[in-house]
Ligand binder design. Structure first.
Ligand SMILES: Nc1ncnc2c1ncn2[C@@H]1O[C@H](COP(=O)(O)OP(=O)(O)OP(=O)(O)O)[C@@H](O)[C@H]1O
Ligand SMILES: [Mg+2]
Length: 436
């Protein structure tokens, strides 16, 4: 069973063409052959008529168009005489007969003149069949030549007719996973319309479901913010109170827990927000990538110094990219935050921003432990924190970054630095540079 529609159409149409060609060819051959034999018969009859009316006399050969196709005039006399074949011929009745001449089959026309003498006009049966066969073949030849041409035309028409389907599949393949916009109905054959409408209906329903989920997460995070802020205020108030050492210790743990929860909520809200932003809105403004990075690094410099980490630029070029400033800032902040969190004291974080052809590149190298090869494929998954979760991590930073990069039409990859004598993670973001 052939699964491909193209293959099935081609094979069935080709079979029809071949069968039609074969049957037509056999009949055409048969008819042309019979017709050629009849024509040759009537030529023999005409020659016999001429001889009877005295047009030819004596035993002579009439040369045909080609040397084999000659016609013989055989005088048989008024009574059986000559060779046995001639005597045998004499005994046959007037008309068209099959006989032999010099042992070879011939077609003859027998006639009796008014004076009683008889003659035969004969032609070799083999030659006649050969001529007829030749003519019949020439009749069938155009049909035979037409079959491969028809097969080519069929293949071309099928490929052309299925092109909209192939285009549709390519378009679906090239889509981003979160792109739920309807497929265009124009330029499609009407037969595909119900199919495309169903896909569009499904996309619409998926979009609504995703939107509901996103709204739920955003609402839940938002609702949790107020009680959490109240809690953290209360914890701060407790700070003013003189507490026994055991209680202050527990209070510190409590405050740490509240901070983590706040961070998780902020990250959840950011994820929901960047999910919601329509893609064309992300393309609206031109932002200098280097300037955004400078601002964030300036903000995080204090923390880096506290941790004893050397945070700085290795290379900066002015790169304009299309995007929303908040999005780009969230992307850079999350990446540098990771590098800071995982780089031990005395370590180094190098940020490079440069243009590579039509893309702007943001590269962040740290001297942390890097990510094990089993985990590196999963770090962009939401809530993935690996084997050694540190600090207040929610496991959402890189998923937020990934969504932003996707939305901006860029790409991101994380690789372990494998230079001798050092470890670390290198994260490279590539964004299409905006034309200035
Ligand atoms: N620079 C890095 N060096 C080593 N491991 C890293 C680095 N960046 C990310 N990872 C690993 O990838 C995981 C996922 O990172 P991600 O930023 O998504 O979450 P997080 O930093 O743990 O939490 P959040 O960013 O939400 O506060 C981290 O928990 C860590 O295991
Ligand atoms: Mg992070």
């Amino acid at each position: 069973m052939i699964r491909s529609l193209r293959g099935r159409l081609f094979i069935s149409l080709t079979t029809v063409v071949l069968l039609t060609g074969l049957i037509g060819g056999v009949f055409a051959h048969r008819w042309a052959f019979d017709e050629a034999i009849e024509t040759q018969d009537s030529v023999l009859i005409q020659i016999a008529g001429l001889v009877q009316n005295g047009g030819f006399a004596g035993t002579q050969d009439l040369h045909g168009v080609d040397e084999d196709s000659e016609v013989w005039l055989m005088e048989l006399g008024k009574a059986p005489q000559g060779t046995s074949e001639e005597r045998l011929l004499w005994r046959l009745q007037d008309g068209m007969r099959d006989a032999t001449r010099k042992g070879k089959p011939v077609r003859v026309v027998l006639r009796t003149r008014s004076d009683g003498s008889r003659f035969a006009v004969a032609q070799s049966a083999g030659v006649r069949d050969e001529i007829a066969g030749d003519m019949a073949f020439r009749t069938v030849l155009p049909i035979l030549a037409l079959i491969p041409c028809l097969m080519l035309v069929i293949a071309f028409v099928i490929a052309r007719s299925l092109r909209p389907m192939v285009r549709l599949a390519d378009e679906l393949d090239a889509r981003r996973a979160d792109d739920m916009t309807a497929l265009p109905l124009r330029d499609l054959p009407s037969e595909l319309n119900p199919f495309v409408s169903s896909i569009n209906g499904l996309l619409q329903r998926m979009h609504e479901t995703m939107e509901q989920q996103r709204r739920f997460i955003a609402d839940a995070a938002h609702e949790l913010r107020t009680p959490l802020t109240a809690l953290s205020l209360q914890a701060e108030n407790l700070d003013q109170v003189e507490l026994p050492p055991a209680a202050s210790e527990r209070l510190a743990v409590l405050r740490q827990g509240i901070r983590r929860s706040k961070h998780l909520l902020e990250q959840l809200l950011a994820l929901a927000r960047h999910d919601a932003a329509p893609s064309d809105c992300a393309q609206s403004e031109i932002v200098e990538l280097d300037r955004a990075a400078r601002r964030i690094i300036a903000n995080l410099l204090g923390e880096a110094i506290n941790r004893g980490v050397d945070l700085g630029f290795e290379r900066v070029e002015s790169i304009p990219v299309r995007g929303e400033p908040v999005m780009l800032a969230a992307m850079i902040r999350n990446l540098i935050d990771n590098a800071l969190r995982f780089t031990p004291e005395g370590g180094k974080i190098d940020v490079a921003i440069y243009q590579d052809g039509a893309t702007g590149v943001l590269r962040i190298d740290d001297t942390g432990p890097g990510v094990s090869s089993e985990e590196i494929g999963r770090i962009f998954e939401p809530f993935f924190r690996g084997q050694r979760p540190e600090g207040d991590g929610a496991g959402l930073g890189l998923s937020i970054v990934k969504r932003i990069v996707d939305r901006l039409g860029g790409s991101i990859e994380a690789v372990n630095i494998t230079e001798t004598g050092r470890t670390g993670l290198r994260v490279v973001v590539r964004l299409p540079a905006a034309a200035t």
